[in-house]
Write a protein of this length. Structure first.
Length: 317
């Protein structure tokens, strides 16, 4: 199944569950904390915060993202990348934990026919409600519902903004791949790969680290298109170019065009996200910021800082 078909089936599944299909937003987004869109929920941030009212209470999208928060892992594992596409389904004060978990299990095991014995889940350490729902829906024993403390199961888009506890779904590639289950000393291996994160958005993280309740509990989920493609196609490596058809994602504009405008590589990331970014507005942004080499250098450093500071919470296992 090619990535285009996986994308289509994702959107069709959630459209059939009453979700509005929302196109991917541009990578450049008007958010003071981010250089690039780094998660599927970013375009919906005003809805989570109650600043704007959406035309629907349920939505789904496949959002193009660039993420550098875990860039040190790129090339070391078979599952990390800088540019990726994020399948997402979202609820704005509509369904919550039970609805999100029901939909996830139905899509994975009934539509995509993944074997239940290859799946396990994590929940935030004190989220008894999510653990009970998983046990009811799946029949899993306690050892397949792993409780995790800390940031791995409490997701935030950055230093401030919407956040909440999450439950992650992992796929077991089998004993031939090195690594252990989440929460174990060998969890950084590639045997168990996180394929879907369901975030139960309940709080607004403040700059001082405190949290305030959101106007309504919401759901924000993210499934890396490249990761699920590798699983559905029988592999474990997200950078297998023949499998993922990366060419369909690239802009025809090359990196030389980017450098001709910017004067340098301001992100320090690979060619794929840079090529795509050029086609989605980075050149235009840099052109607006042109004002001599010194000013351009200041702009580049400001954007670097935004990228670093805005992605501390947006990491993927």
């Amino acid at each position: 199944m090619e990535t285009a078909e996986i994308r289509r089936r994702w959107l069709t599944f959630f459209e059939g569950k009453g979700h509005a299909v929302v196109p991917s937003a541009p990578l450049i987004h008007e958010d003071p904390n981010l250089l690039f869109v780094n998660a599927g929920m970013v375009p919906f941030k005003p809805y989570f915060l109650g600043q704007e009212t959406p035309a629907w209470t349920r939505a789904t999208s496949v959002q193009k993202c660039v993420r550098t928060g875990d860039i040190d892992e790129v090339g070391k594992t078979s599952r990390h990348g800088t540019f990726f596409q994020m399948n997402g389904n979202f609820s704005f004060g509509d369904y919550f934990k039970e609805g999100a978990i029901d939909y996830a299990w139905e899509l994975l095991t009934q539509v995509w026919k993944l074997p239940a014995e290859r799946l396990l889940v994590t929940v935030y350490i004190d989220d008894d409600e999510a653990a009970a729902i998983w046990k009811k829906v799946t029949g899993f024993s306690d050892d397949k519902i792993v409780r995790i403390a800390g940031s791995d199961n409490f997701w935030a888009m950055g230093d401030n903004g919407p956040c909440g506890p999450c439950t992650e779904i992992f796929y077991d590639h089998g004993p031939d791949v090195a690594g252990g289950p989440p929460g174990s000393p060998d969890e950084d291996g590639d045997r168990y790969i996180e394929i879907w994160n369901n975030v139960f958005m309940q709080f607004d993280m403040q700059p001082d680290g405190s949290v305030k309740p959101l106007p309504a509990p919401c759901v924000d989920t993210g499934m890396g298109l490249e990761r699920i493609a590798a699983v559905l196609q029988g592999g474990a490596d997200v950078v297998d170019e023949p499998r993922l058809h990366l060419r369909e994602q690239l802009s025809p504009v090359g990196i030389d065009d980017f450098l001709a405008v910017s004067g340098e590589n301001p992100l320090g990331v690979g060619e794929v996200p840079l090529q795509f970014a050029v086609g989605r507005g980075v050149v235009e942004v840099l052109q607006r910021d042109r004002g001599g080499a010194e000013h351009r250098a200041q702009v580049v450093e400001q954007r670097r800082a935004r990228c670093r500071l805005g992605e501390r919470g947006a990491r993927r296992r």
